[in-house]
Design a protein around this ligand. Structure first.
Ligand SMILES: [Zn+2]
Length: 41
C-alpha cells in the first residue's frame, strides 16, 4: 500500500481534500448551518 495515496474520509467515504472538508463533507453540514456559513464562496 502506497502511503502517498489519498485516504478516503472515513466519515463519508469521499476523498479527503480541503475543498471536501470545507464545502462538501456532510460531517460538517450541520456545523456550517449552525454558524450560517454559506456552502459556496
Ligand atoms: Zn467527508
Amino acid at each position: 500500500m502506497d502511503k502517498t495515496d489519498p485516504e478516503p474520509h472515513i466519515t463519508c467515504g469521499a476523498e479527503i481534500s480541503i475543498k471536501h472538508l470545507l464545502l462538501e463533507c456532510r460531517q460538517f453540514n450541520k456545523e456550517r448551518a449552525k454558524h450560517n456559513i454559506p456552502s459556496s464562496i
